[in-house]
Design a protein around this ligand. Structure first.
Ligand code: MG
Length: 370
């Protein structure tokens, strides 16, 4: 493949509803839309998932812009790329910066799939025609408000509910949900809000028949999670601690995780995501795809990776209208009966809605080979 041009667009979109977790509230969504162009004029697209503040990752939109413009794009534009897997190889001597790497690597994967006349899902080895959709619910002001929201989501067909929890806002919430909805597929995401001192408290989660508790302890930790898993019945699912297939291997060996939440941006891209997927399948560890409040392009990448057979649990890839008044792709992502169709058209399978891209773009920069 010959990548001739890279275009970065700094985007700012307003979310329909503010999203609150144990680490903060998000209302505006700033991100970088990456376009890579081949000599024959085909384009591939990717999206960075870092936020404005380093609350979930240490990366931010600004550090992504810096990494892309000063290191990753110059290196890509002087390298010979035969296959998208080569991108993570050439980037590997730069440490970390997973979101930045994934944003441009994803664009190269999209371009590659289009050049091969394959859907991105098929290019990645995906086999599913539809993916199951769950929904993630932020922390609400009152339990009544939360229950009302859940009722609406269940009516819309979402197949699993994930609630954000934090100390003081956990057992009451779970008790209220279970008394109203005793049999729904329910899980809790703690976003690192607890410590090993909370083992007795976390053991109380077992009575709620949760499909999992996500990342209860510190980001980056895999030792204490193993100690905690030995003491609780609820399966632990790691999110923030997993940045690579190596992290996954160690976590499985230690018994720190029984399920993996895979986020493409958190692990540096689709090639690493595939490695993690294959490792999990080998060890009977179910996967699901997490969300980072993506706009349409990132959402399309999530759909593609979720089409791989090891993604056996509903993910966070909700339809566009769940987050946005207007999305940047055509058609928008829609859900029927809790399922999203995996597109079959080449690449990500969606067109860019250029009117919307223009509307939400703050500034842009173009880079050429040679
Ligand atoms: Mg999470």
């Amino acid at each position: 493949m010959e990548i001739k041009t890279v275009i970065l667009r700094y985007m700012k979109m307003k979310m329909l509803h503010p999203f609150k977790t144990s680490v903060g509230v998000e209302q505006d969504k700033d991100f970088i839309l990456v376009e890579v162009k081949s000599a024959d004029g085909k384009s591939g697209f990717g999206e960075s998932v870092a936020s404005i503040a380093p609350l979930f990752h240490e990366e931010t939109v600004q550090t992504n812009w810096h990494m892309l413009t000063d290191y990753l794009i110059p290196l890509l534009l002087k390298s010979d790329i035969q296959h998208p897997d080569d991108v993570s190889t050439i980037f590997s001597h730069f440490r970390g910066n997973y979101n930045a790497k994934a944003a441009i690597e994803g664009a190269v994967w999209d371009l590659y799939a289009k050049e091969q006349n394959l859907s991105l899902a098929a290019a990645l080895g995906g086999t599913k025609k539809k993916i199951e959709v769950g929904v993630s619910v932020g922390i609400q002001e009152t339990e009544a408000k939360l229950l009302k929201k859940l009722e609406g989501y269940l009516e819309q067909g979402f197949r699993r509910i994930k609630v954000k929890v934090m100390p003081e806002r956990d057992l009451d919430i779970l008790r209220a949900i279970r008394s109203e909805f005793p049999t729904i597929q329910l899980m809790a995401d703690a976003n690192c809000a607890y410590t090993l001192a909370d083992i007795d408290h976390l053991r109380k989660f077992d009575e709620f028949n949760l499909s999992m508790i996500e990342q209860p302890l510190a980001h980056g930790d895999i030792i204490d999670h193993a100690k905690l898993q030995a003491k609780i019945e609820t399966p632990i699912c790691l999110d923030e601690s997993i940045h690579s297939a190596e992290d996954t291997r160690k976590s499985i060996e230690l018994g720190s995780t029984k399920i993996i939440n895979l986020k493409i941006g958190r692990v540096g891209g689709l090639s690493e995501s595939k490695k993690i997927h294959d490792l999990c399948v080998q060890h009977n560890i179910p996967l699901w795809c997490g969300g980072m409040l993506e706009a349409g392009v990132g959402r399309a990448h999530n759909i593609a990776i979720t089409s791989l057979p090891g993604f056996t649990l509903p993910g966070d890839t909700a339809p566009s209208a769940h987050y946005w008044e207007e999305d940047i792709i055509l058609p928008e992502v829609t859900m029927h009966d809790g399922l999203i169709d995996v597109p079959e058209a080449p690449g990500i399978g969606f067109e860019l809605n250029w009117d919307m891209v223009e509307k939400f773009m703050v500034h842009s920069q173009v880079f050429h080979r040679g």
